[in-house]
Design a protein around this ligand. Structure first.
Ligand code: NI
Length: 182
């Protein structure tokens, strides 16, 4: 697979609905190569999550994960996971508003409301079902990455435009705690 780069806002790929992985694609070298590239890019970009359209591949695939923070140890780690053909549903109507960022949007951040508790499912590279009930940051990153597969960017969901700001300025003003973009 050729060297991939992060696709930035303005590229029409980010506004397309991504294509489902077909049954016969599971377990193939091509899909394994896509998995490897997505995890490599996630690490290289120091991101929390990444969706295939963000590396120029309009397929329904996303990765995410986070080790336990060395300082903020109260934030639970998120297992490094790839999901093909993911879906989710809220477990409760409860939402929370938090800052989000996106590797395709540079250092701009804004507050987005997301479900706090969701159940998601998807398939690993061999077509094995992965199903989890998760909360808070884990739930948030899944909802953010899923939106990429629908051509939706977090900016579309920022309702309080006053919350928009660049990472460094928001850190300086104390509005934002350091967090990885997704
Ligand atoms: Ni994103």
């Amino acid at each position: 697979m050729k060297q991939n780069e992060i696709v930035l806002l303005g590229n029409p790929l980010l506004r397309q609905k991504a294509e489902a992985i077909r049954e016969e694609e599971f377990g193939t070298q091509e899909l394994k190569a896509l998995e490897k590239t997505l995890f490599e890019m996630l690490e290289a970009e120091n991101g929390l999550g990444l969706a295939a359209p963000q590396i120029g591949i309009s397929k329904r695939a996303l990765v995410f994960g986070m080790d336990k923070h060395p300082v903020h140890t109260q934030i639970p780690a998120i297992p490094f996971t790839i999901l093909f053909n993911p879906s989710y549903e809220p477990i409760s109507e409860e939402c929370a508003e938090e800052y989000e960022g996106c590797l395709s949007v540079g250092t701009l951040r804004g507050k987005v409301s997301r479900y706090r508790h969701i159940r998601y499912r998807g398939y690993d590279v061999n077509g094995q079902l992965i199903e989890r009930e998760v909360s808070d940051l884990h739930a948030r990153v899944l909802q953010h990455e899923y939106d990429h597969l629908e051509g939706v960017i977090f900016l579309d969901k920022v309702t309080d435009m006053n919350s928009l700001g660049f990472h460094d300025e928001l850190l300086r003003s104390g509005e934002l705690k350091a967090r990885k973009p997704a």
